[in-house]
Design a protein around this ligand. Structure first.
Ligand code: ATP
Ligand code: MG
Length: 243
């Protein structure tokens, strides 16, 4: 039992939830360590949505709203942490939701699809093929889903696949707390924010943006600026900690 007044209550509850998902097979053991790296970077940015992340979330919403065929790619960590939030974003953005896993088994895909369904998402499933130019199992996707998407949102993505999707000519939106990762650097747009803060931020922006605002935001994508701002925030915090 985690006491409510524990200073790290939220983090501990999340860890407990993820451990449960690892025991049931939704989350891979490796996914637990990926979460740890995310937590470390969240500490460094102060466990809050920075101004530059808020801007990135608005741009992400504009990109999704103006896309022809947007797809949200969901892995074990994303499903374990934010299945309801994925469903909510799908509702307002009209994006397709498709499961894509690094540690892939048919059984895990099914488990995660069931979890997303239960949370209210409309999951695009069916026959997957080895369509992406990758030697690992994230190459598997659906021809009518991610393969033909113009915009792919990849929360907590691996750098390899992010690069492959960009090379295929897709607009890639990443959510990644590490502004130095290959994912963050190769995506078209990176939101340096914690997943469960970023998704509601994007959903709220989807509800509120007008068409001219969408046009203006999509024309303003500058990932280098957004990553530099995230690194500046981290540096500022580290400098203050030394005072
Ligand atoms: P890359 O392959 O892009 O260089 P990596 O190998 O460090 O990066 P992976 O292990 O492939 O990264 O994926 C985990 C990434 O997701 C990490 O960069 C981590 O910071 C980030 N991450 C983990 N949990 C969260 C979360 N809840 N919200 C946002 N980002 C997260
Ligand atoms: Mg990686």
């Amino acid at each position: 039992m985690i006491p409510k007044d524990h200073p790290r209550y939220h983090s501990l509850v999340t860890r407990e939830k993820l451990a449960g998902c690892a025991r049931s097979g939704i989350l891979s053991m490796e996914g637990l360590t990926a979460h740890g790296r995310g937590e470390a970077f969240d500490y460094l940015i102060g466990e809050r949505t920075t101004d530059s992340a808020r801007l990135a979330e608005r741009i992400a919403a504009a990109i999704l709203l103006t896309a022809h065929h947007p797809v949200i790619s969901v892995n074990g960590n994303t499903a374990a942490l934010a299945a309801e939030q994925i469903a909510a974003l799908q509702k307002v953005s009209g994006a397709m939701v498709e499961v894509n896993l690094f540690h892939r088994t048919e059984e895990r895909v099914q488990q995660i699809e069931d979890l997303l369904h239960g949370a209210g998402a409309d999951v695009f499933s069916g026959e997957a093929e080895r369509l992406l130019p990758l030697s690992h199992d994230r190459a598997w996707c659906r021809r009518e889903g991610m393969y033909s998407a113009d915009v792919v949102m990849v929360p907590l993505e691996d750098g390899d696949r992010c690069e492959a999707l960009v090379k295929m000519g897709k607009t890639v939106i990443a959510i990644d707390l590490n502004p130095l990762s290959r994912t963050a650097r190769s995506a078209t747009l990176t939101i340096v924010d914690e997943l469960t803060r970023a998704l509601p931020g994007i959903t709220a922006a989807c509800k509120e943006l007008s068409e001219p605002e969408c046009r203006q935001l999509t024309a303003s994508v500058d990932n280098h600026y957004l990553l530099s701002e995230a690194i500046r925030e981290i540096t500022l915090r580290l400098c203050h900690a030394m005072d």
